[in-house]
Design a binder for this molecule. Sequence first.
Ligand code: ADP
Ligand code: MG
Length: 381
Amino acid sequence: MKLDAKVLRYMSAEEFRVLTAVEMGSKNHDVVPTTLIAQIAGLRHGGSHKLLGELAKRNLVARVKNARYDGYRLTYGGYDYLALKTFAKRESIYSVGNQIGVGKESDIYIVANEEESQHVLKIHRWNRLGRVSFRAIKSKRDYLNRRKSASWMYMSRLAAMKEYAFMKVLHENGFPVPTPIDQVRHCIVMELINAYPLRQISEVKDPGKLYSDLMNIIVRLANYGLIHGDFNEFNILVKENSEPVLIDFPQMVSTSHPNAEWYFNRDVECIRRYFLRKYGYESMLYPKFHLDINREFDLDVQVAASGFTKQHQQELEQYQAELNEFQDQTEGSPLSRDEDPEPKNINRTYSAHRDITEIRSISTNLSLPATRLTDVEIKKR
Ligand code: ADP
Ligand code: MG
């Protein structure tokens, strides 16, 4: 799904009212009845009908003919639009530039503020169910229908909230992560790190030093009560001076998680294996969950205090587990690496899938953003 910032240019105040009404109506309707949209927007039925048609043409809403009533649902395009609009109003984003990454559950863009400082916009997209075979389409539809209304929107927003909350707490505690700047709906704005993922770095000056820096980060995280959960060569950016920066936090788990040790070991193993395969580097030294971890702080408590609660965490895990189950049924296991099978009672992450998509997400072009939101977005209210 491509982000089309130009679409902002053509939005009238009335259209915006209607779009907002669709979003509000989606809180308790899968398909928002056209009459309800008119009511929320405070427009005559005929008036909103025409505006909805305009919005649908630009893929901001989609018409759904339900057996019981006619209505619309918000699309990702519409949700993106609303988020961008809020970012613009808060002056976090002024212009949108190149896309630099496509993950399995996210799109990454370069953006800039009015001072032309460049940042990264990460848009969470949690309705990507992977490549679904033709035969699976029917079961997919049934599956989606069973889910409560607009869950893709809610889950993408939860993922963004989680990532932002963790990034903030990690940043405040001196971990090498991008500076978080803002979060709205399913989107995050953060510092642009001028570095490439470890995956793209064929030669490292001192692999031993980088290896121990990374292991130290894993240990320090655990001492603060956290495990990254997807600590791999795609989620570690390496700066020119060889300093690593950690990204991508929606799957972080607490060291008090019942399967914490398994997650911890997987993160450690991932680095060990990668360094051996890619740099021929092997060390006898690597951290062990029971020996090396002395929990000193409770960052997961700080995260909860920031508004991302335990209940949010559970909802997100539950949804992830359902998606995985669905994927297993339709296309086999997403795990293709020679990993230990995960204990049964926990949720699998998407690492293997991510690896496939992220290879294409090369940040080669860090040029200045093209579309100015304010050219477009003239009235900030
Ligand atoms: P996903 O959840 O889809 O894996 P990531 O947060 O890992 O998304 O980002 C995907 C890719 O985008 C990264 O591998 C990296 O190349 C690039 N990227 C993400 N955030 C930043 C950033 N703050 N600075 C520079 N590049 C980034
Ligand atoms: Mg990633």
